[in-house]
Design a binder for this molecule. Structure first.
Ligand code: SF4
Length: 346
C-alpha cells in the first residue's frame, strides 16, 4: 500500500464509517492474514497517586496531603506481582504520578526486588516519569533509561502522550512534558534497544489536524528507530476531572482507530481498548484495524478513578471473557508476551 500523506489522512475522516472500516480491515488482514487476535495477561500497578503535574484531564492524581494519597510499599508491590504470575501473567505495567519525594533509588530498589523474586517482564515508567527523574538527579535521558534498564526495566509504556500537539497539551496538561520531550524519551529508549508502545488519548480539545500531527510524529520516529511494538488509542474519560466535558462516542473512536491503522503503516500491531469502550465496541474494533485486545488488566486504577465502570472480576473469569469475546468476533484468541510472541492459543 502506498504511504498516506497528512492531507490524505485528513480526507479519510470524510469517508463513511463503513468505507473507512473496510479499508482499515483490509490492511489489518494483509498484516495479520492468519486471523489471530492477541492479548496479554498482565496487571497495572500504580505505585503512587501523588503527582505534581495535576493534569486537568486526570482523575487519578492526589496531593500529598489528601486522605486518599498513597505510595505502595515493596511488599504490596510484590504481592501484586505474585498474583499476576499465579494467574499466568507475563508482564506488569508499573507506573505512577510524579511524586516530589521519591528519588531514583526507590525505582532501582523496586525493579531489582521484583526481578530477584519473579521472572516477569517489567513494562514501566512512561516518559513523564523518566523525564522527571532525569531532571531531579541531573542525569541525561539516556543515562536515566540505562540506569533503570540495568536495574530490571524491560520496556516502556507509551503513557503520557495524550495528543502530541503542544496546543492541546497547553490546555489539558500545561505542566506535563511537551511533545518533543515525549518523543525524545522514546527515541533514547529505542536507541539503547528497548521496545516501547505508543498511545494516544483523544476526545478532549484536539482537532483532526492534531490527531494527524500525533500520528505523523509516531510514524516518523518509527521510521528512525523501529522501536514501537504497538499503537494504542483510547478515549478521554471525563468523570471526576477538572477538564470535564463529554465522552467521545463509539463512532469517533472507531474512525480514529481506522485512520491510525491506515496511517501507521510501519507499526504492526494496533490495540483495541475494551477498558474504555466495553467488550462489544472492542469486538467491533477488530473490524476497524485492531488486531490486539490489549491486556486482561487484572487490576486497573486510572480509568476507574473517573467513575467509568471497569469490570471487577476474578482473574480466571476476566481471561475467559476476553477469550470468548475474541472468539465471538470471529478470530482466534492467542495469549502473547510483551513483544508479541505467541505463547498459547485458546
Ligand atoms: S496524567 Fe499522569 S502526570 Fe498527569 S496528573 Fe495524572 S498521574 Fe500526574
Amino acid at each position: 500500500m502506498k504511504r498516506l500523506t497528512q492531507e490524505e489522512a485528513k480526507e479519510l475522516f470524510k469517508l463513511s464509517l463503513y468505507e473507512l472500516g473496510e479499508r482499515a480491515d483490509s490492511l489489518r488482514k494483509e498484516l495479520h492474514p492468519e486471523g489471530i487476535v492477541t492479548f496479554i495477561i498482565d496487571r497495572n500497578i500504580n505505585y503512587t497517586n501523588i503527582c505534581i503535574n495535576r493534569c486537568k484531564f486526570c482523575a487519578f492524581w492526589r496531593s500529598p496531603e489528601h486522605p486518599e494519597a498513597y505510595v505502595l510499599d515493596i511488599d504490596e508491590i510484590l504481592k501484586k506481582v505474585e498474583e499476576t504470575v499465579r494467574h499466568g501473567g507475563t508482564q506488569i505495567l508499573i507506573q505512577g504520578g510524579l511524586h516530589p519525594e521519591l528519588d531514583i533509588d526507590f525505582y532501582i530498589r523496586t525493579l531489582r526486588t521484583i526481578k530477584a523474586n519473579f521472572n516477569i517482564n517489567i513494562h514501566g515508567f512512561s516518559p513523564p516519569e523518566i523525564w522527571y527523574l532525569a531532571g531531579k538527579h541531573d542525569l541525561t535521558i539516556r543515562e536515566t533509561v540505562l540506569i533503570l534498564k540495568e536495574a530490571g526495566l524491560d520496556s516502556i509504556p507509551g503513557g503520557g502522550a495524550e495528543v502530541l500537539s503542544d496546543r492541546v497539551r497547553e490546555t489539558i496538561s500545561p505542566r506535563k512534558i511537551r511533545s518533543s520531550q515525549w518523543i525524545r524519551v522514546m527515541e533514547e529508549a529505542h536507541r539503547i534497544g528497548m521496545k516501547t508502545t505508543a498511545t494516544m488519548m483523544f476526545g478532549t480539545v484536539e482537532s483532526q489536524d492534531d490527531i494527524i500531527e500525533h500520528l505523523d510524529r509516531i510514524r516518523s520516529l518509527q521510521d528512525r528507530t523501529g522501536g514501537f511494538t504497538a499503537f494504542i488509542p483510547w478515549t478521554y474519560q471525563p468523570g471526576n476531572t477538572e477538564l470535564g466535558g463529554r465522552k467521545a462516542g463509539a463512532v469517533q473512536y472507531l474512525k480514529v482507530l481506522a485512520v491510525s491503522r491506515l496511517y501507521l503503516d510501519n507499526i504492526k500491531n494496533i490495540q483495541a481498548s475494551w477498558v474504555t469502550q466495553g467488550m462489544e465496541i472492542a469486538q467491533l474494533a477488530l473490524r476497524f484495524g485492531a488486531n490486539d485486545f490489549g491486556s486482561t488488566m487484572l487490576e486497573e486504577n486510572v480509568v476507574s478513578s473517573t467513575g467509568h465502570r471497569v469490570a471487577v472480576e476474578a482473574p480466571e473469569r476476566l481471561i475467559e471473557r476476553v477469550v470468548n469475546s475474541i472468539k465471538a468476533a470471529g478470530f482466534i484468541p492467542c495469549q502473547r508476551d510483551t513483544y508479541y510472541n505467541i505463547l498459547r492459543q485458546w
